[in-house]
Design a protein. Structure first.
Length: 191
């Protein structure tokens, strides 16, 4: 009887199933203070690597990682800087691109105001405009109304300044389309 070989790739305990490599979308740079900074343009994640972890992080990004991610390797996986070996990142990017151009999906970023009461030190805004003008509010409502029957998904990102400084604008725009969301069974999310 011929000897049968075990297909090790199907073994759930095979560490090769937990091989990680650097994402092709990583950009590595240094901050003004010399801190190593890693940015992943696919996930949008960015992080500074503590000095004591820099050599380990760079080694992992060059050589890969085998096993269940722990420590800095886990952080790199969570940020998308490390991906499973064999991941087709070009395919993932293509699928993301297709999703952006879907005709059944509408995503709007709406600024009810450019005013902000936080004044974060990293912000570069000059806050020239206050409240969104009535014509713009009507325009947003008309746009949503004209597209609502042809979409399956609606996402609105309230942005600003601080959008909650103008809650009446958020309420007016939202109230204008909520009945249609229910009527046409549209998936809706707001952030």
């Amino acid at each position: 009887m011929p000897e049968r070989k075990l297909n090790i790739r199907n073994n759930p305990y095979d560490v090769r199933d937990n091989e990680w490599v650097a994402s092709r979308f990583n950009v590595i740079s240094r901050g003004e203070d010399g801190t190593l900074i890693i940015y992943n343009s696919f996930t949008g994640a960015m992080g500074g690597i503590p000095n004591e972890k820099e050599k380990e992080a760079l080694y992992i990004l060059r050589k890969g990682y085998v096993g269940e991610p722990k420590g800095i390797a886990k952080d790199l996986v969570l940020g998308g800087m490390l991906v499973k070996k064999g991941t087709n990142e070009f395919r993932r990017a293509e699928l993301l691109k297709r999703g952006l151009y879907r005709s059944d999906y509408l995503h709007l970023i709406i600024m009810p105001t450019e005013e902000c009461n936080f004044r974060c030190t990293y912000c570069y805004e000059t806050f020239p405009r206050g409240r969104m003008e009535a014509e713009v509010i009507e325009g947003v409502k008309n746009l949503i109304s004209s597209r609502i029957q042809g979409i399956r998904n609606l996402a609105i990102s309230w942005f600003g300044g601080e959008p909650l400084m103008e809650p009446d604008i958020i309420k007016e725009i939202t109230d204008s389309f909520l009945p249609s969301i229910k009527k046409y069974n549209i998936n809706y999310k707001s952030i």
